[in-house]
Design a protein around this ligand. Structure first.
Ligand code: FES
Length: 186
């Protein structure tokens, strides 16, 4: 889409282009809150809507927000990059979270992390090229008795050795679904 700033001459065109990128409910939200859109809290609310719809904040979506809300693009990206909960890259179909809390760390979360990074060929915060997995680290998941723990989507596994982490990935890739926790420990 065009990144040119909107003016009275091209507003209809710019608006139509932005509306083509964003879903109807987000366009409506931006328009309803047009008067407040310059406040950071309102911009954050808009970006939350965009992220929950697309899974991340892409450049195209951020440009559309800037155009429709009449906010400088630099302000939109500034807010998007400042807050950790905004993601600027698409995430994989499945999110692997490795707990790096104290209990898990003491029980070998670093070796577990290394194994996952080696297997997947990515680091924390990255996504595999096939968009199957994203690897992330997290603080205590509240299941320290199972340390070291990983969570894949909403399923918690523990205790998991590096070898078992490979089995979880392998079974998942072969069967298209995750094994039960008991299988992962076999
Ligand atoms: S430290 Fe990992 S679950 Fe608590």
């Amino acid at each position: 889409m065009s990144h040119a700033a909107a003016n009275t001459d091209n507003w209809a065109e710019v608006k139509a282009a932005a509306e083509a990128v964003l879903p109807e409910h987000i366009v409506a939200f931006i328009e309803q809150n047009a008067k407040n859109a310059h406040s950071e809290s309102q911009l954050i609310a808009i970006l939350h809507l965009v992220q929950s719809h697309f899974g991340y904040l892409g450049q195209e979506q951020m440009h559309a927000v800037a155009q429709l809300a009449q906010i400088p693009y630099a302000k939109v990206t500034g807010v998007a990059t400042f807050y950790h909960y905004f993601r600027l890259q698409p995430r994989g179909k499945h999110i692997i979270n490795v707990c790096m809390g104290t209990a898990c760390y003491v029980k070998g979360a670093d070796k577990l992390s290394q194994r996952l990074m080696d297997e997947l060929g990515i680091h924390f915060g990255e996504t595999t090229k096939d968009m199957m997995f994203s690897l992330e680290s997290t603080r205590c998941l509240g299941t320290c008795g199972l340390a070291p723990v990983i969570m894949v989507d909403d399923q918690v596994y523990g205790p998991v050795t590096p070898a078992e982490a490979s089995i979880i990935l392998e079974k998942y890739l072969k069967k298209g679904k995750l094994p039960k926790a008991s299988e992962a420990k076999a």
